[in-house]
Ligand binder design. Structure first.
Ligand SMILES: Cc1cc2nc3c(=O)[nH]c(=O)nc-3n(C[C@H](O)[C@H](O)[C@H](O)COP(=O)(O)OP(=O)(O)OC[C@H]3O[C@@H](n4cnc5c(N)ncnc54)[C@H](O)[C@@H]3O)c2cc1C
Length: 248
């Protein structure tokens, strides 16, 4: 019987900085098998670093940032956490290195053919599974409204900015709403935490369609909990309409 979860080796074939603290890593399965996954899922990287307690190799989860495309390649985007063993190590990893992974894992997915509108809410690299969902849906010809609000500190921290702005310009059903918690005076866009924009965007999204929207929330626990509380408790949305993934 095949081992579960499936383990595979992947080679780092390309790497670049997306922002001053986020490195994009493109891996390719060493066996050449196409990556089979649903947009929104993640893989676990098994790193050659010993765990403090049992000495086993440490594992860290990374959302797949690229859409499923039937190729052996997949992208992840890693935030460099100060003093973080895995993220600092991955920021130094050389092209050509091979790492074992398990996956894909997770249930934070959006049916690609869904006609329901989506409000996607992320901070930092929490945008990566949402990027995968967006690109997947657009490639499949979806015209469902998909609005993304992305919170970061500074303008230079906006991940995939050009790509997401282009997507929104080309497709009227896509909206991209970056919000800066520390904007310069010249910034014309949204300001403050993502939480402060959710209710207004949700109400505007509801007004566009008969179908009840779904919310997809991804990022660090503080933001995810606060947005979930707002949607589920204050706005009384049913559980089935609120999907979330926490990074810590
Ligand atoms: C399902 C899932 C998917 C994930 N996907 C991603 C991803 O796509 N990209 C990514 O960078 N991380 C992602 N993470 C977090 C990742 O697994 C590691 O926790 C992270 O890289 C830190 O590991 P470390 O060993 O460097 O730091 P550790 O020493 O383990 O420190 C962990 C601390 O780092 C902070 N932290 C974790 N992730 C982030 C982050 N993204 N931004 C800022 N601070 C963070 C948290 O406060 C956490 O307590 C994901 C986590 C989960 C559970």
């Amino acid at each position: 019987m095949a081992a579960w979860p499936p383990t595979f080796d992947a080679r780092l074939v390309h790497a670049q900085m997306l922002t001053p603290s986020v490195r994009e890593l493109t891996f390719e399965r060493a066996d050449g098998t196409p990556m089979a996954f649903a947009a929104g899922q993640f893989c676990n990287a098994i790193l050659p670093l010993p765990h403090e307690l049992d000495g086993a190799h440490i594992k860290r989860s990374y959302s797949i940032a690229s859409p499923p495309g039937g190729t052996p390649r997949f992208e992840v985007a890693v935030t460099r956490v100060q003093g973080g063993r895995a993220s600092e190590w991955l920021h130094e990893l050389s092209v050509g290195a091979v790492l074992p992974f398990t996956g894909p894992h997770g249930f934070f997915t959006r049916p690609v053919a869904s006609a329901a509108p989506s409000l996607m809410i992320a901070t930092g690299t929490g945008v990566t599974p949402l990027r995968s969902m967006l690109l997947d849906a657009v490639a499949a010809g979806s015209q469902a409204p998909m609005w993304l609000v992305l919170g970061v500190r500074h303008e230079q921290d906006i991940l995939y900015e050009r790509e997401l702005r282009d997507l929104a310009e080309r497709h009227p059903f896509v909206r991209f709403e970056p919000t800066l918690s520390q904007p310069p005076g010249t910034w014309n866009g949204r300001r403050g935490w993502v939480q402060t924009h959710v209710r207004e965007l949700w109400d505007a999204l509801v007004a566009t369609t008969e179908q009840p929207p779904h919310a997809y929330v991804c990022g660090l626990e503080r933001m995810v909990s606060s947005v979930r509380d707002l949607l589920r408790t204050e706005m009384s949305l049913p559980r089935a309409q609120v999907h979330s993934e926490r990074y810590d």
